[in-house]
Design a protein around this ligand. Structure first.
Ligand code: UDP
Length: 335
């Protein structure tokens, strides 16, 4: 594809998708967002980025967008993302994340789109045998969320072999932070992620944080995760897109920093940034949570020529806090 062709960003009104849409547009890309607005209040994207409200499973609509907007690449972020909910309601997860994605991939094939970036997850590994985790580690999801993401990765590999699609599945560890200008925030409904919940508890706008499990086999007994700033995720996608356009296929790549932090360490960082305590209590483990997920990001560093720039924990928490205090309650889409 030529760089002048449009990038379709599905789920571009959501947390990671909106950051990618913004950064791609800032880099001069022609971007169009498709989002069904089911993931909570839409991000406030710049008005220069068109938003089409619709579903990735609507093949007629997607086909029309691909054709009329001269789409050369798809960045597919749309999907359901909560581990616990996926255990309760696998039907919805397989439908939204797999069945509807197959409709999108059929349209991609039929319209001759050559490149696809896919928003995948460390949950494809399940409970890893060792950390840090490399892309060649056994993929054995322990929840339906991870199973649906792995299924799509397998479909992409098959699409590539049969139809020549170039693809990359970017396996996020813990997406966090927010755009430093404070205009885009993590805004899931309901919010289930640790950093926004810890900040909101510390700000006194929500109930005390519940720490899910303090009896894990980790240094302080709480779960360990690899937190990566959403702006770093977005820049990795842009680097991946450029390489796909140059004719490479990248396959799966871990996007993390290689450093793990426990829930307690995240609470400590939130307290340091807020300058006040984060009220919290110990709760039972949450279903589907592995004790420790830390990336070996070396393949992504090499393949993308990319380095995380904002992913130290304090910067992540500071940016998340700025976005929560500047955009609270202001979630209307302005496109
Ligand atoms: N967590 C917690 N309390 C909460 C939300 C999350 O203790 O209210 C823990 C969760 O068990 C996990 C870590 O924080 O170990 C990160 O969870 P999050 O939902 O942010 O991301 P996930 O790892 O599920 O992608």
């Amino acid at each position: 594809m030529s760089e002048r062709e449009t990038v379709l960003v599905t789920g571009g009104a959501g947390f990671v998708g909106s950051h990618f849409a913004r950064i791609a547009a800032d880099a001069g890309r022609d971007v169009v967002v498709l989002d069904n607005l089911s993931g909570g209040p839409p991000a406030r994207l710049p008005s220069s980025i068109p938003l089409i409200v619709g579903d990735v499973g609507d093949r007629e609509l997607v086909t029309r967008i691909l054709r009329e907007r001269r789409v050369g690449a798809v960045a597919h972020f749309a999907g359901k993302i909560q581990v616990g909910e996926s255990v309760q309601d696998p039907d919805t997860y397989f439908d939204v994340n797999l069945v509807r994605t197959l409709e999108l991939l059929r349209a991609v094939r039929d319209q001759g789109v050559t490149a696809c970036l896919f928003s995948s997850t460390a949950a494809v590994y399940g409970t890893p045998e060792r950390v840090p985790i490399s892309e060649t580690a056994r993929r054995e999801p322990i929840n339906p969320y991870g199973a649906t993401k792995l299924s799509v990765e397998l479909a992409l590999a098959a699409w590539s072999a049969a139809y020549g699609l170039r693809w990359s599945a970017l396996r996020y560890f813990n997406a966090s932070g927010a755009h430093p200008d404070g205009t885009l925030r993590e805004n899931h409904e309901p919010e289930t992620h640790l950093i926004p919940l810890a900040l909101d508890a510390g700000l006194g706008v929500t109930a005390p944080l519940r720490v899910f499990g303090s009896d894990y086999d980790t240094p302080d007994g709480t779960c360990v995760r690899d937190y990566i700033h959403v702006v770093d995720l977005a820049s990795a996608h842009l680097a991946a897109l450029t390489r796909l356009e140059l004719g490479h296929t990248l396959g799966p790549l871990n996007l993390g920093t290689g450093a793990g932090f426990s829930v307690r360490q995240v609470i400590d960082a939130a307290e340091a940034v807020l300058g006040r305590p984060v009220p919290h209590s110990m709760s039972p483990r949450r279903a589907g949570d592995p004790p420790s997920l830390v990336a070996d990001p070396s393949a992504a560093l090499t393949a993308l020529g990319w380095r995380p720039q904002r992913s130290d924990l304090v910067t992540i928490v500071e940016d998340a806090l700025r976005s929560r205090t500047t955009t609270r309650g202001a979630a209307a889409h302005s496109a």
